[in-house]
Design a protein around this ligand. Structure first.
Ligand SMILES: CC(C)(COP(=O)(O)OP(=O)(O)OC[C@H]1O[C@@H](n2cnc3c(N)ncnc32)[C@H](O)[C@@H]1OP(=O)(O)O)[C@@H](O)C(=O)NCCC(=O)NCCSC(=O)c1cc(O)c2ccccc2c1O
Length: 337
């Protein structure tokens, strides 16, 4: 007869397989068990070797830039890096506007994300909003013009679309840490992030059709992937708002935690990811985006293959031979089956 340990591991396998086989959107709730998915409750050899994920308090400091740029000019965002840990945090800092983004906000976000990408000491990035009332309420409607969003005396553009692409292509996990409203273009920002951790006060939804706007790009296609085509139509056509728990059931987010635990839990997820191979994570992010992102997605994944190849003796032989003006000798390299 199977003992409880065997039954536990069988349950885990069934949960894992079932979650893989049932397409998201076809089931009302995900087949999972919080207890089984919680790494810290597992007692197998892997978890004995790796131990618990540390839960000590994180210490943030204003981020130093690794490349060009300077953090002190930021007005609309706060850019921080953790002391002694490979985590960066980017906070939209317009709480009086429910963290609505104006073009300046988007430009600052893009500079911070670029720095976090180039900084090899950063392995995971958190995107969040200042305060507990909103993650982000989308584009600042006061600055919307017929040409897109424009800061005073600037040209209009839909520059948040470039930010969405940057988040998708950045080869490190980006976690949306959501308290309060994530609506309109702010809802799309959390969807393009790799993971979303929500506080129990979080509210999700699209407002576009109410205010004369829509995102027919990632805002539609990624949503449909996440919640299924029917629910995506509901979200866009009805412009309803959803609680964190409803969003969790829809597969729109990864987990819900009490507001007071939001950062602690998000940091725990970061630390858990950081224990794993950065190259594996990098290639997996590119692979998980590849089909949806078409040629651009394949380019990202293909670039990762080239990057890995450059580190081999075989690639080095090609480059060295060229530099030494001699034919390359590839004879010693395996033609793997
Ligand atoms: C988010 C809310 C539901 C919060 O409601 P609440 O009652 O808590 O707060 P207030 O409504 O009183 O807001 C406080 C204060 O903030 C101002 N504010 C909030 N959101 C915005 C905003 N998006 N733009 C400008 N200002 C905002 C609000 O006016 C108040 O100011 P006071 O001076 O009166 O204090 C609620 O605020 C809300 O519904 N907000 C609007 C959400 C919205 O419709 N967002 C825009 C959607 S369209 C969009 O984001 C978008 C952007 C793009 O760049 C695109 C690019 C390409 C394609 C599509 C795009 C797109 O659709």
């Amino acid at each position: 007869m199977a003992d409880s340990k065997e039954l536990g591991s069988a349950n885990r396998r069934i949960s894992a397989v079932t979650n893989h086989l049932i397409p998201v959107g076809l089931i009302p709730t995900r087949v999972d068990s919080v207890e089984l998915c919680n790494a810290s409750s597992m007692n197998d050899n892997y978890h004995k070797v790796h131990g618990e994920v540390p839960t000590n308090e994180i210490v943030w400091r204003k981020a130093d830039f690794v490349g060009e740029g300077d953090n002190k000019e930021f007005v609309d965002i706060i850019y921080e890096k953790a002391v002694g840990e490979d985590i960066a945090k980017i906070t939209i800092n317009r709480p009086e506007r429910r963290n609505a983004f104006r073009p300046q906000t988007v430009k600052e976000l893009m500079r911070a994300f670029n720095d976090a990408r180039d900084d090899s000491s950063v392995g995971v990035i958190i995107l969040t909003g200042k305060g507990t009332k909103a993650f982000c309420s989308g584009g600042d409607q006061a600055l919307r013009t017929p040409d897109g969003y424009a800061d005073p005396k600037d040209v209009g553009r839909l520059n948040v679309l470039d930010l969405q692409v940057q988040i998708r292509r950045l080869p490190k996990p980006i976690i949306a840490m959501v308290a309060g409203y994530a609506v309109g273009g702010g809802h799309i920002l959390h969807m393009v992030c790799d993971l979303t951790i929500a506080a129990d006060n979080a509210i999700f939804g699209q407002t576009g059709p109410k205010v004369g706007s829509f995102d027919a790009g990632y805002g539609s296609s990624i949503m449909s992937r996440l919640v299924g085509p029917k629910k995506a139509r509901e979200m866009w056509f009805m412009t309803r708002f959803y609680t964190a728990s409803e969003a969790d059931k829809m597969g729109l987010i990864n987990t819900v935690v009490p507001l007071e635990d939001l950062e602690k839990e998000t940091v725990k997820w970061c630390r858990e990811i950081l224990r794993n191979s950065p190259t594996a994570i990098r290639v997996l992010k590119a692979a998980l985006n590849a089909v949806d992102d078409g040629h651009a997605g394949l380019q990202g994944l293909g670039g990762d293959a080239t990057l890995l190849f450059y580190g081999t003796d075989e690639a080095t032989e090609g480059r060295t031979a060229y530099m030494q003006r001699r034919p390359p000798d590839f004879s010693k390299f395996a033609r793997r089956p």
